[in-house]
Write a protein that binds this ligand. Structure first.
Ligand code: SAH
Length: 442
């Protein structure tokens, strides 16, 4: 979400005539976009912010813009005191305050003006920043801002505000704009993306939106969406994924814990059994699907036996990917206020490593099935001399090639698999005079 938000700020800045630089010391404007979902992310953001202090001292004309969840939607008086060298504070997904600050002389915007609204009018014809235009293969479109679910551990609803679905027209316009600029893959984003449209009476739902995009937007090879909440994964959505060839068979649906009492304390509003049945259904309806999940270990009160339930369920379900996190109390959340953070740090680490080992074995086993198969890979960029791309199921594939593969979907024969990535080769074209030719790719 922050990557998408930052792109939109860069785009807005370029419209004002600014150019991108990779060197902070020569910048006139620095935007620091932040995440605070766990304490470690917040610490990193604060560390980065403090590292800007000397730059501002040396160049008082520098505009420092703090953006994102460190700021949040609810005001920032405390932050202003703590970081007096910050010139502009912007809530998540909102370039408005920065643009207003930079154009102050022309626009006398009132404090109450809904900058989100104003920006929304601009971003229908989103223009990617110069360094990404024609280069960026895979882009994000936020379709639901904020979140209203309020899992007890989660700070996001406090920082990103209530759930707001964007109008279909705006999303389609953005998708067309991205396609025109060379984007080949679009991932729709929301904290609970499968709730898209629930806040608009009689509005289209996520599956309607996906069908419209699929029908109307040409040039985009792949569509994806994330993150889903188990309770909103309807049959219509799953059937849409199964049916539309350009909608990729990959589902990100966090379980968070495999024990019902922990799930209740987290206020996730489903049980381990409903999640198990959901996974069965996803697999039955979408052949070859890959499934990713998120897990929090060491939630307040999580006993060894409760953790074991999570371990056993993961071992049973054998999902493709598990994003693991150690519970981190976040100020203002229900769990931080009412539930003591009573699992010791070493124990959180121990549980984390046990799941990490388990998942490594599972991912190794699943990925090994790709050995010798030929799969369509969309190539994005070159990393350390090798082309990096992904399969429809979102597996990372590396290929050596001198050709320019960026933005191309090509069949790749998988020659090596590991838990986190695979390697493969491009099939050779027919040999000419006995000398094999590399596949023509342009
Ligand atoms: N709205 C999305 C993403 C939330 S943030 C969702 O519900 O899936 C991404 C992940 O961070 C979450 O899925 C959760 O596993 C983790 N997370 C959120 N708050 C956390 C906290 N306080 N401590 C540890 N992990 C947390």
């Amino acid at each position: 979400m922050n990557v998408a938000d930052s792109q939109r700020v860069a785009s807005a800045l370029e419209r004002l005539g600014y150019n991108h630089t990779t060197r902070p010391e020569e910048a006139d404007v620095i935007v620091l976009n932040t995440c605070v979902v766990r304490q470690s992310a917040e610490d990193k953001a604060v560390g980065r912010l403090n590292s800007l202090r000397p730059l501002k001292k040396r160049n008082p004309n520098l505009v420092v813009n703090l953006m994102g969840c460190l700021v949040g939607v609810k005001g920032h008086d405390k932050l202003r005191q703590r970081f007096p060298f910050v010139d502009v504070f912007s809530p998540p997904s909102d370039p408005g305050p920065l643009i207003t600050h930079l154009t102050q002389d022309e626009v006398r915007a009132s404090e109450e003006e809904d900058t989100q609204q104003r920006f929304a009018l601009m971003d229908g014809d989103l223009i990617l920043p110069t360094q990404e235009r024609g280069n960026l293969v895979s882009a994000f479109i936020p379709v639901v801002y904020g979140c209203s679910h309020a899992c007890t551990y989660c700070i996001i609803p406090y920082k990103r505000g209530v759930e707001r679905s964007r109008p279909v027209g705006e999303i389609i316009a953005e998708a067309h704009a991205l396609a025109r600029q060379g984007v080949k893959e679009i991932t729709l984003l929301g904290q609970i993306v499968d709730r898209y449209g629930k806040d608009i009476p009689d509005g289209p739902k996520l599956w309607d939106l996906l069908r419209i995009l699929h029908n109307e937007v040409e040039g985009v090879e792949r569509f994806r969406f994330l993150t889903s909440h188990p309770n909103w994964m309807t049959d219509e959505l799953l059937d849409t994924v199964a049916e539309l060839p350009r909608l990729m068979p990959h589902i990100e649906v966090p379980i968070q814990a495999g024990n019902d009492e922990v799930l209740t304390n987290m206020r996730r509003e489903y049980t381990a059994e409903t999640y198990r049945r959901l996974v069965e259904k996803i697999r039955a309806r979408i052949p070859g699907v890959s499934i990713a999940t998120d897990i929090i270990v060491g939630f307040p009160g999580e006993t060894e036996a409760q953790f074991q339930d999570t371990y056993d369920l993961l071992a049973e379900l054998k999902l493709d990917v598990a994003h693991l996190a150690r519970y981190s109390p976040r100020e203002g959340t229900v769990s931080a206020r009412r539930m003591p953070d009573d699992v010791p740090d070493e124990e959180k680490w121990r549980r984390f490593r046990l799941l990490e080992d388990l998942q490594e074995r599972i991912s190794t086993e699943i990925n090994a099935r790709y050995q010798g198969e030929t799969v369509p890979v969309l190539f994005e960029n070159k990393v350390k001399g090798r082309w990096r791309g992904r399969t429809p199921t979102n597996k990372l594939v590396f290929v050596e090639s001198k050709a320019d593969l960026r933005g191309k979907v090509l069949p790749v024969a998988i020659t090596w698999t590991g838990p986190w990535s695979m390697q493969g080769t491009l099939p050779m074209a027919q040999p000419v005079n006995g000398i094999p030719l590399p596949l023509q790719t342009s």
